[in-house]
Design a protein around this ligand. Structure first.
Ligand code: SF4
Length: 263
């Protein structure tokens, strides 16, 4: 199904709308050529709960980097059982990981930003590119207030890196809105959130935060805040998608992502 000019007009109206309204439109318009890329953090389990209420067969993809916390696998399994959903897991390319570990060891990402980007490119960006291949749109759990790198994201934007429409239904939600939803609907969540981990990525690159620290302070804590993206989320365009961009967001048109620092 191709996107068209009518979509563009509707997308402008959808900016700032309730997450459920945006998801309902997107699933109606794009399913099965739309997927939610989940890392099973607090925002992500909220979106899964919303998605399955609209469409129990909504597609959920996830990246198993090989370096995740046990607690992340645990919440994935609790979500799978609670909602009866299929979770499409994508692993990194085996040969690329073997080469990286043989040549540079198991902790090369601590040797500098370029080494960290290399590991994220192998374990996250390339698998995400495969996960999104053939889609017209994808969904993320990004919120504007999460980080300085996310201050410009919109509910609906065109993702230049992957050549797809990107939906951020919780872009303008606060952390307390996320947790209110989780408690109200008794949504399973990652146990690490109760142990000082507001943001959870790979185990060796995530630590608990101290009182008063920024919510992303525990991610790649040896890097500067403006570097803390892994390449999954390119710089948000400060605009809505133009008609011709949306119209060309066809299956198979997946541009090579720009690899930036640090999900
Ligand atoms: Fe590698 Fe750390 Fe990036 Fe995970 S978060 S892919 S372990 S650098």
């Amino acid at each position: 199904m191709k996107t068209n000019g009518d979509d563009v007009a509707h997308i402008s109206e959808l900016q700032g709308s309730a997450p459920q309204e945006l998801l309902r439109w997107a699933l109606l318009r794009f399913h099965p050529r739309i997927a939610f890329a989940s890392s099973f953090g607090a925002e992500d389990v909220v979106l899964i709960d919303m998605l399955v209420r609209i469409r129990p067969d909504a597609r959920i993809v996830t990246l198993d980097t090989g370096r995740l916390h046990e607690e992340t696998y645990d919440v994935m399994e609790r979500i799978r059982r609670r909602y009866g959903v299929g979770i499409e897991t994508f692993f990194p390319d085996r040969e690329a990981v073997e080469r990286l570990e043989r040549e540079k060891g198991l902790y090369s990402f601590r040797d500098g930003i370029e080494h960290r980007k290399e590991c994220c490119a192998i374990r996250k960006v390339e698998p995400l590119r495969r996960a999104l291949a053939g889609l017209e749109a994808w969904i993320s759990g990004l919120r504007r207030e999460q980080a300085v790198t996310r201050g410009r994201i919109r509910n609906v934007e065109f993702d230049e890196a992957f050549g797809l429409l990107k939906l951020n239904p919780l872009a303008d939600w606060s952390e307390s809105q996320v947790w209110d939803y989780i408690r109200r609907h008794d949504v399973p969540y990652n146990d690490l959130h109760d142990r000082g981990f507001p943001s959870i990525g790979c185990a060796p690159c995530t630590r608990a935060v101290h009182k008063g620290e920024d919510i992303r302070a525990g991610r790649w804590w040896w890097e500067r805040p403006e570097q803390k993206e892994c390449g999954l989320h390119a710089d948000a365009p400060d605009r809505v998608p133009a008609a011709e961009e949306v119209a060309t967001a066809e299956p198979g048109l997946v541009a090579a992502p720009s690899i930036r620092s640090g999900s």
